[in-house]
Write a protein that binds this ligand. Sequence first.
Ligand code: UDP
Ligand code: MG
Length: 160
Amino acid sequence: ANVLQTGWTGLNERTFVAVKPDGVQRRLVGDIVHRFEKKGFKLVGMKLVQASEDLLKEHYRDLRAKPFFNGLIQYMSAGPVVAMVWQGLDVVKTSRKMMGETNPADSLPGTVRGDYCVEVGRNVIHGSDSVESAQREIALWFSQDELHCWEDHSIRWIYA
Ligand code: UDP
Ligand code: MG
């Protein structure tokens, strides 16, 4: 059933999440996907991508003046990432909570960064920081035909 027809609103919010190259190397993909699935969010896009430096420079364009920018582009292009789009109520804000703080040292146990990493330069996961960033990042990483609208049979058991 179309969520708009059933009267739920806000359920169409989408965010861009990526398991970074260190997360792929360290076999954290399944765990990270599982966290978002168990939470109740809906997977609408997912692929393994060897990102080009051009793509990453565009993705992180707001950080281009930062001293860590070149290192960040090298880190993010050092191996494939798992790019994903997740959908659900307040998914942008909630995903950021599930990820933890940018610096793993400030991240609480129970968050991805709190549980699995120690340094800001190897913090295993990316998530969009606002609805506007999410729209920009989804359009940058995915084409329309890679995003799938499928009927969610659990919707009544996740949303009241
Ligand atoms: N980063 C870094 N050093 C810093 C700050 C950030 O290496 O001092 C890296 C880190 O991988 C971070 C990414 O740059 O995840 C993007 O920074 P941002 O401030 O957007 O953090 P995020 O949104 O990923 O929490
Ligand atoms: Mg960011």
